[in-house]
Design a protein. Structure first.
Lengths: 101, 147
């Protein structure tokens, strides 16, 4: 997955995912948490997360826990990159301009 | 009684959802396969109800199709990557427009159903028009006139 800056198709679901991350841009979210916030089904959610990651908007890493201690498997956590934050803000700003115009 | 039945079917049900996720992840590109399987199984644990777990597993099967499609499209354009214009926001790509693959499939199915429904209505209206011809109505009136 290349980390170069790339364009991303902006569907309504993609916007909802970005909105969930923009609530607290430094927060790391697992797919399950994004589902709880947005209500997007797994079939749509994971392709969106992967697209945004391959476009360099998100980075992901494994949760730093010991599964035996935590009593659950480690989750994959996603976080907005600085470029992703900038581009996502641009997207929402452009939508706001479009609505107000 | 029902709770006991639910408990007895729970391990079997978990096995089914895990099997679905395992097979869905195996069909994704090899570079993502192991990661997605672990990620999906971990996120499956956050679902409590069996129905929710099944929906999640079926969703992962759908996600596999989309990811494979995205991956193959990405590979197809890889030899000549188009540089992203800075500051330009792409609202839609050429393949699906504003709709996702799922929405496109849904609209296709709804369209087909509407077409079949309209066809049935048109056929029924045509058949009904043929059955009740003015001649038939006249004959009925003649029969009624006879004392």
């Amino acid at each position: 997955m290349g980390k170069k800056e790339a364009s991303v198709r902006m569907s309504l679901q993609t916007l909802r995912v970005l909105e969930a991350f923009l609530e607290n841009p430094t927060e790391q979210l697992a797919g399950a948490e994004v589902h709880q916030r947005c209500g997007i089904a797994s079939g749509t959610l994971y392709p969106i997360l992967l697209r945004l990651e391959s476009a360099g908007w998100f980075v992901s890493q494994w949760e730093c826990i010991d599964p035996s201690t935590a009593g659950r498997p480690r989750r994959r956590l996603y976080r907005l990159t600085s470029m992703g934050l900038r581009r996502a803000s641009e997207v929402f700003a452009s939508f706001n301009r479009g609505i107000l115009a | 009684m029902s709770q006991r039945n639910e408990r007895s079917t729970q391990p079997e049900f978990n096995g089914t959802t895990q099997w679905l996720i395992h097979h869905a992840a195996r069909r994704t590109p090899s570079c993502l396969s192991a990661r997605l399987e672990e990620e999906w199984l971990a996120d499956l644990e956050s679902r409590s109800s069996p129905a929710s777990r099944l929906r999640f597993a079926v969703g992962c099967c759908w996600a596999t199709i989309v990811i494979v499609n995205d991956h193959s499209r990405g590979r197809a354009v890889a030899p000549s990557p188009a540089p992203a214009t800075k500051g330009f926001i792409t609202l839609a790509d050429g393949n699906f427009g504003y709709f996702s693959l799922r929405s496109g499939t849904l609209f296709l199915i709804l369209g087909l159903q509407a077409a079949v429904f309209c066809g049935l209505i048109a056929t029924l209206a045509h058949a009904r028009g043929q059955v009740t011809t003015p001649r038939d109505i006249g004959m009925t009136a003649d029969i009624r006139a006879v004392p």
